[in-house]
Design a protein around this ligand. Structure first.
Ligand SMILES: Cc1ncc(COP(=O)(O)O)c(C=O)c1O
Length: 338
């Protein structure tokens, strides 16, 4: 079978498919598909609470990070404006427009940093009830400094504004802001198991928040949102997390290797990443041309034209060493042969 090299969705090919399939096969052996799953994923909630060092009352489990974003916007964004930074994950805008009264956008500052005071000012001006931020940021790959995140959450707490901190990629980053959840009652942290846990195809994610916020989210969470296979598989992967941790370390090492190789290419700039992808600025060709030329050769990467409004940027997942070598060689070839 001709397989495309998928470097456009930030999936995680470091976790071996066979390892995950074995876990899922064991789950399948043990379940009865005629029976409803636990309505609010109670068992996996308890596992996640232990894993993250919080109480099950702080954990809400949904059908993927995207479902959590929808749930948070539906619960805390209704009737108000929702603020996000630019660039960030485009689905923030989608759900803010669906449930809120439109979106306020604050551009990231120099070096793609978190503009704390601008966000606080814009939140005040715009009757904002919810601020959504991804850190590490998609697409820049930058994880905002911990003290800036804390400062933002604290200042918005004084104004009763809820913060959704999307940590989809934090396991690849320098820290997790999770302890702040026990300190600030306005913070919801999003975790997805599609990235560092390699379970994108199963659809499971979680919100970690104060009991008060988690209870509000639970009121809007439909029962049986997460199927039994996803619930049980996540529990089993948590029980075998040593392997996941080992693979995260391998991925970080590979990220450094790929970064150094990308740095050597004169026709591009590459940005340091705390996530499982790199953002690249193209100096000599348009992003659509590069993406099409790679696609023709079986390599998929993300064109960021819609995010930046200019045809300069692409985002490329850190794949396995062989996927990355193929990408690097093909990219060089495309950039030097025009
Ligand atoms: C920043 C960010 N948040 C959330 C998600 C959603 O992940 P999922 O719905 O697979 O859990 C993604 C997926 O790419 C993402 O990049």
């Amino acid at each position: 079978m001709y397989m495309k090299i998928r470097l456009h969705m930030n999936e995680n090919f470091f976790l071996e498919r066979e390892w995950l399939v074995k876990i899922i096969a064991r789950v399948l052996d043990d379940i009865d598909p005629r029976v409803y799953p636990e309505p609010f994923s109670e068992d996996v909630r308890a596992s996640l609470a232990e894993f993250y060092g919080v109480s099950p009352d702080n954990v809400v489990v949904g059908a993927g990070g995207e479902h959590i974003i929808e749930l948070v916007t539906k619960t805390f964004g209704r009737g108000h404006r929702v603020l996000t930074v630019t660039p960030s994950f485009p689905l923030f805008d989608k759900y803010a427009n669906m449930y809120g009264r439109g979106v306020e956008r604050v551009p990231l500052s120099e070096g793609f940093d978190l503009p704390v005071d601008e966000i606080v000012r814009a939140a005040k001006r715009g009757d904002v009830s919810l601020v959504m931020i991804d850190s590490p940021n998609n697409p820049t790959g930058r994880q905002f400094d911990e003290d800036k995140v804390r400062d933002l959450v604290e200042k918005l707490n004084e104004r009763n504004v809820i913060v959704l901190l999307d940590e989809a990629y934090a396991d690849f980053g320098r820290y997790s802001a999770l302890p702040l959840v026990l300190e600030f009652s306005n913070l919801v942290i999003l975790k997805t198991f599609s990235k560092s846990f390699g379970l994108a195809g199963l659809r499971i994610g979680a919100a970690i928040a104060s009991k008060n916020l988690a209870d509000k989210l639970l009121e809007n969470l439909p029962p049986y949102a997460v199927d039994v296979v996803s619930q049980r598989a996540l529990k089993a992967v948590i029980e075998n997390h040593d392997y996941v941790a080992k693979k995260i370390n391998e991925l970080r090492r590979e990220r450094s290797r790929v970064f150094s190789k990308l740095k050597e290419i004169d026709q591009i700039d590459v940005f340091p990443s705390d996530a499982n992808f790199h953002m690249i600025r193209l100096k000599s060709m348009r992003s659509s041309e590069v993406c099409s030329a790679l696609a023709v050769r079986g390599i998929l990467v993300k064109d960021l034209t819609e995010v930046f409004g200019t045809e300069e940027y692409i985002r490329v997942t850190v794949g396995t060493p062989s996927m990355n070598d193929e990408f690097l060689a093909t990219l060089k070839n495309i950039l030097t042969s025009t």
